[in-house]
Design a protein around this ligand. Structure first.
Ligand code: FAD
Ligand code: SF4
Length: 496
């Protein structure tokens, strides 16, 4: 009898998860499918296609070396990719839509165990709670796992080191150790040729560069990248994790979102490794850095996965503020006099990646106040970021950055004037705009947009107790000032 067909998706590249965990070459035939319809579905950053296809092909090669028969197919659709499959089985996909589609195609789905807590664990935690804030979820994860815990208490005596970890860029500059870099091989070039071929044959709309690969695309590379981060960068992760410095795009960030989201690393092993480093070398590893990083992986990442499944379907379509503007052209090409946006998009086009503050407080903040349609913005993030997948985009863009769910994830909108940008980044120095003024010809767009945003949404936002004192400031402006702010903001809004 033919062996059963085991489907492996592009973000399930792990031998120890899902349906692959307990089988050998004699049990199953592996099928991996690249769908042309998926490639043509939206614009893409070239680096994303390069990374996903390379990682899938390296994983397929690894399975073949183990003796598995791997059928790698490029097909028009997913349904074509299943042609001839025998009783197909897959680990439940990470996106709501693909779960439905594979269900319709009769593919059995085994539980997704690529996370520490999982969907059911989150649902249990959320049951009966009024507020689904991250902090309590994260504390429970630490309590249950024992990560950075000493006899039931948080290591160092406090759960949260955000206060120590929000320092502004130092005046005398920074010199973070360079991040791990892969050694490219023939497959990288081959896949680049393949991407160029798809661009031509399918008429794809592609952005950015794939000239230099900076992320891990195999298990061996992912482990090397993790080890290098733990050795050289984890200790410095905390204090400047929110700071943005020109010419230092990576700061002390780990660049592990790609290997984590593609399945090459399991979050459990990453958190275990951080905990072990802390226990082995307390003197060299500041607790604020260890905790700050653990919070990202054991806290935010697990929380985002759990809340995605808790709120879907429907969450992706929410638009609490009724925004319908287009994504600014500068987000696609970086062509703008706004130094912060041009530098962020320039880095994005080069690498398909920015750290979390450019995503949240520069691009997200600007889009929110400019009135961009949250669904269009989610699509844009999905296209342009190498680590973007539906489960992580929807909570971060719809929930956190655009407040499109009315405050399920974020207690108030992440909207700010240039004051925040000037404090936490080095961009304002030398920008064509003046970060101190609101309504002059060269006033920073963030300033008029901020007050205009508050004014437009005053009624909705006044129900939020954290916004009430801020909204009161609107009354300090004269009618003339209010008109001037509205006029100036109109030039930057994209919702007409
Ligand atoms: C608007 C917006 C969009 C985002 N889109 C994505 C996305 O598409 N894919 C993605 O993986 N992350 C996304 N993030 C979260 C975060 O910006 C990235 O995970 C991080 O910048 C990746 O770089 P790093 O690996 O160096 O992260 P580090 O700063 O080193 O953090 C370590 C790890 O923590 C995890 N993490 C931290 N914050 C989050 C978060 N909010 N959600 C999920 N995981 C988190 C990531 O796996 C990351 O690799 C987004 C954040 C915002 C505000
Ligand atoms: S002045 Fe305004 S536009 Fe220029 S860098 Fe600062 S925040 Fe950005």
């Amino acid at each position: 009898m033919s062996r059963r067909t085991l489907l492996v998706l592009g973000d399930q590249l792990n031998r120890a998860t899902g349906a692959l965990a307990d089988v050998g070459p004699e049990d199953v035939g592996v099928r991996m499918v690249l769908s042309r319809a998926k490639l043509a579905q939206r614009p893409w950053h070239r680096a994303k296609l390069h990374l996903v296809i390379s990682a899938m092909r390296r994983f397929a090669d690894g399975l073949r070396e183990e003796g598995f028969e791997v059928d790698w197919r490029v097909e028009d659709t997913w349904a074509d990719g299943l042609d001839g499959a025998v009783d197909p089985v897959v680990m439940a996909p990470s996106s709501w839509d693909l779960r439905q589609r594979l269900d319709d195609l009769g593919v059995e789905q085994v539980p997704n165990d690529a996370f520490v807590v999982g969907e059911d664990g989150f649902a249990e935690w959320a049951r009966g709670r009024n507020s689904l804030g991250l902090e309590w979820f994260y504390r429970q994860v630490r309590t249950e796992t024992g990560w950075l815990m000493d006899e039931g208490e948080p290591t160092g005596g406090q759960w949260n080191h955000d206060k120590d970890n929000r320092q502004r860029p130092p005046a005398d500059g920074v010199s973070p150790p360079p991040p791990w870099r892969p050694t490219e091989d023939a497959l990288d070039e081959e896949v680049r040729r393949e991407v160029r071929g798809f661009e031509q044959s399918l008429g794809l709309e592609l952005y950015g560069s794939m000239d230099e690969r900076i992320f891990a695309t195999s298990r061996a590379e992912a482990l090397a990248a993790l080890e290098d981060f733990l050795d050289h960068r984890l200790a410095g992760f905390g204090p400047l994790e929110d700071a943005v410095v020109d010419d230092e795009p990576f700061m002390w960030h780990s660049l592990l979102s790609v290997p984590l989201n593609y399945g090459l690393l399991h979050p459990h092993e990453v958190c275990e490794a951080v905990d072990a480093r802390w226990r082995d070398g307390r003197r060299d590893l500041p607790v604020a850095s260890a905790e700050g990083f653990l919070r990202q992986v054991a806290g935010w990442r697990e929380y985002v996965w759990g809340i995605y499944w808790h709120r879907m379907p429907g969450w992706r379509e929410e638009n609490h503020l009724g925004h319908d503007g287009t994504v600014p052209q500068a987000f696609w090409d970086g062509e703008t006099d706004m130094a912060c946006i041009s530098s962020t998009v320039g880095g994005l086009l080069e690498r398909g990646w920015n750290h979390h503050i450019p995503r949240l407080m520069l691009l997200g903040n600007y889009a929110l106040m400019a009135g961009v349609d949250p669904q269009a913005l989610t699509e844009w993030f999905h296209s342009m970021y190498v680590d973007a997948f539906d489960w992580v985009m929807v909570p971060n863009v719809i929930g956190m950055s655009q407040w499109a769910d009315g405050g399920v994830m974020a207690t108030k909108p992440y909207a700010s004037t240039a004051r925040y940008v000037n404090r936490m980044t080095t961009h304002c120095e030398g920008c064509a705009f003046d970060h101190r003024t609101r309504t002059e010809d060269d006033s920073c767009p963030f300033n008029s947009l901020y007050w205009d945003f508050l004014s437009r949404h005053r009624t909705t936002l006044s129900a939020n107790h954290r916004m009430a004192p801020i909204l009161g400031n609107l009354d300090r402006f004269s009618r003339g000032e209010r008109d001037a702010i509205r006029e100036r903001a109109r030039r930057f809004r994209t919702d007409g």
